[in-house]
Write a protein that binds this ligand. Structure first.
Ligand code: IDC
Length: 376
């Protein structure tokens, strides 16, 4: 043991070799010193090897945790669109996965930083969608002035949380019973003007300008609405991603593909509910993507389109396999504990964040497991 010497230049001399005296070697040196009189050289060498091995192994998961510790925004930066793909700021394809709120007026209690942090850290979510109904139940266009103010304040809070957490956020103009986007076009223009003015600089905001046109509204009618709203947004936000819904509850992407909008960073909404929509709908989606249309699945469920009914896991898996293969982003409906199959939280669980897996509904468990197992 006498061949271990301290060197004034922050190093240790062991068996004729000089090692830097970082804290690991300092501990190692100390132990050597203590054992000087009691243990033999062989035992000491084994012990030293074990200590070094311990520190080596300890540093590996630590490095992995640091790499994984990046927020979605840090990983991908400003998003763009290239061909049919959503891309990161270096032009590589990106697939975002996340969760949609229920209607903001119905379930405002889930708009908390803790809830969004849980989604990011435990569910592996990259994006949160803020579903703001325009017509139903205190909808933005049908409720009072005060209600409108409250909804805007809620969106502001939600966007701030997403910004702080490095999450992408979709501001969704959730038309549904108001089937034609032109019904509230004036309000949509004013709303998106104020959103784009406020959030253009942030780089994590995605605008979804009409959730699900339906009731026979045609693609040319939607396209004309979209042109107006996109022009309004682009006055303030030149590059933010804009998603336009497609006819028949955002399913006719194949029709949109035959005459898409002009302009950069534009995407098209496609929605499915796995128990209702099977192979023919996957073919529609594929046809659009093959034609070069950039599609964003801004809403999906693994139950029926009513939001209720049975869950079909095999169909759900087939859909996800298709989305993964084509790097198509997707957002699950819905973050609430409402007594319906599409709600992700169990009805008897009142917690608004930090849910245990056992506190999730059958849909919630499927979405949670799938997102946790998704590659980054
Ligand atoms: C459903 C909600 C339900 C609510 C209803 C209002 O799950 O609680 O009472 O809207 O009309 C959609 C729509 C989405 C629907 C969902 C399930 O975008 O608003 O939510 N769905 O029906 N498209 C297909 C299914």
């Amino acid at each position: 043991m006498n061949n271990i010497k301290k060197n004034p230049a922050h190093s240790v001399c062991l068996s004729g070799k000089v090692y830097p005296l970082d804290h690991r070697n300092a501990i190692f040196y100390k132990i050597c010193d203590k054992m000087k009189k009691t243990a033999g050289p062989t035992l000491l060498v084994i012990l030293c090897c074990l200590i070094q091995l311990f520190f080596l192994l300890k540093s590996v998961p630590c490095q992995q945790a640091q790499a994984a510790g990046k927020t979605p925004l840090e990983r991908y930066g400003r998003l763009g669109v290239s061909g049919s793909r959503l891309t990161d700021n270096s032009g590589n394809p990106v697939q975002l996965k996340g969760v949609s709120t229920h209607g903001l007026s119905w379930y405002p209690q889930y708009v908390t930083k803790k809830a969004f942090r849980t989604l990011r850290d435990k569910w592996n979510a990259d994006v949160v969608r803020l579903a703001m109904y325009t017509a139903e139940y205190n909808g933005y266009c049908t409720g009072s002035f005060r209600n409108r103010k409250e909804l805007k304040a809620l969106i502001d809070k939600a966007v701030r949380y997403c910004d702080e957490l490095g999450l992408y956020v979709i501001i969704d103009w959730h038309i549904l019973s108001d089937n034609h986007p032109d019904i509230y076009k004036k309000q949509a223009k004013a709303f998106f003007k104020s959103m784009a003015r406020k959030y253009a600089e942030q780089g994590n905001v995605i605008y979804e300008i009409c959730n699900e046109p339906n009731g026979g509204v045609t693609w040319p009618q939607i396209r004309s609405y979209a042109r107006t709203v996109i022009r309004t947004i682009r006055r303030y936000d030149k590059n933010g991603i804009i998603i336009t819904g497609t006819p028949s509850w955002s399913q006719d992407v194949d029709i949109a593909a035959s005459s898409p909008l002009k302009g950069g960073n534009l995407m098209y909404g496609f929605h499915y509910y796995a128990s209702t929509h099977g192979e023919p709908y996957r073919q529609k989606l594929l046809q659009a993507v093959d034609a070069g249309l950039p599609v964003f699945v801004s809403e999906y469920g693994i139950c029926e389109a009513s939001g209720h009914g049975v869950i079909r896991r095999e169909e759900a898996a087939r859909w996800m396999e298709l989305l993964d293969r084509n790097s198509i982003s997707c957002v699950a409906w819905n973050l609430s504990n409402k007594d319906e199959a599409s709600a992700l939280i169990r009805t008897d669980c009142a917690k608004t964040d930090s849910w245990k897996r056992s506190e999730l509904s059958a849909s919630g468990k499927w979405v949670y497991d799938m997102m946790r197992n998704s590659e980054k």
